[in-house]
Design a protein around this ligand. Structure first.
Ligand code: HEC
Ligand code: HEC
Length: 243
């Protein structure tokens, strides 16, 4: 099955050098190197089988990795077992232990505001931009482990992440990092209780996605003004601008 569906991108030997590779903005994953973006496990460690299974079914937004929902669960699980045979790492290393994600506290304005402070203090804005549009001062200088330019995520563009869609997924993204990219793990600098505040704030940057966080933020004068300004930048046709 790999040689039917995957090798055109990921390569005959799983090294990411499939014939379609050169045409893609982000190169297909090199399974020999076995460095993976979407993990429930700490940075630098191998993902769990479940992480890989979820990635194959989800597909990667903002890249050419399709969602393989047309394959059965068994087929996806078989595919995960197969891609692990490409790298000797799976013989010497075990999957990392999934990080502990505490229960999500209620969404409050204090939580959102504290998350906003963390976004500034931890310098997420240097890459992602003050408004989370992926246009911070460092954005144009970033490259991934294949020496390809890579854009920081633009929160204003949608609701999906490469590594999931839920608040739980969002928590894991910055606490484990996207290995092989400049997006680091913040597990050593963010306390678990603070991490949820950051999650709540990041949702308010997704101005085109309805969420409880955005709705609450919009009830404040500060939040409503910021979101309004962000929406104007995001509508080049001017359709949303009040005149
Ligand atoms: C059209 C090209 C294409 C095809 C076909 C394709 N992939 Fe991918 N795949 C990619 C690209 C590009 C990436 C890297 C995406 C990124 O980093 O944003 C990727 C990434 C991955 C990852 C990495 C997940 C992670 O967390 O880093 C896995 C696993 C994967 N593909 C499995 C598969 C399997 C299994 C198949 C066949 C069923 C397949 N891919 C078919 C292009 C493709
Ligand atoms: C050195 C630059 C840099 C810094 C600092 C940075 N990021 Fe990122 N971030 C990136 C890049 C690059 C990507 C895109 C990776 C990709 O597409 O594979 C990204 C992606 C993301 C994503 C989307 C991941 C996905 O699954 O699609 C989230 C969420 C995110 N960053 C949150 C944060 C938060 C929160 C902070 C601060 C605590 C932060 N980032 C700091 C560079 C950075």
């Amino acid at each position: 099955m790999y040689y039917r569906f995957c090798w055109g991108c990921h390569g005959f030997r799983g090294d990411g050098n499939g014939e379609n590779g050169p045409y893609l903005n982000i190169l297909p994953r090199n399974f020999v190197a076995a460095t993976f973006k979407c993990r429930s496990t700490p940075t630098g460690t191998l993902p769990t089988d479940e992480d890989l299974f979820d990635s194959v079914g989800r597909g990667f937004t903002n890249s050419n990795m399709p969602a393989w929902i047309s394959l059965t669960k068994q087929q996806r699980a078989d595919m995960v077992a197969f891609i692990k045979t490409f790298s000797p790492r799976w013989k010497t290393d075990k999957s990392g232990d999934p990080i502990n994600v505490p229960a999500e506290p209620a969404v409050t304005l204090d939580s959102i505001k504290h998350g906003k402070e963390l976004f500034t203090k931890l310098e997420c804005w240097k890459c992602h931009g003050q408004e989370g549009r992926g246009d911070g001062p460092s954005a144009s200088t970033l490259t991934d482990s294949n020496d390809q330019p890579i854009r920081p995520y633009n929160f204003a563009a949608g609701s999906r992440f490469k590594c999931g869609t839920t608040n739980h997924d969002l928590y894991k993204i910055f606490m484990t990092g996207l290995d092989g990219t400049p997006m680091p793990s913040f597990a050593d600098v963010i306390k678990p209780e603070d991490a949820w505040d950051l999650v709540h704030y990041l949702r308010t940057l997704q101005v085109t996605h309805k969420s409880p966080e955005l709705a609450l933020w919009m009830t404040t004068k500060e939040g409503a003004e910021i979101v309004k300004a962000q929406k104007i930048v995001g509508t080049p046709t001017g359709a949303d601008i009040e005149q």
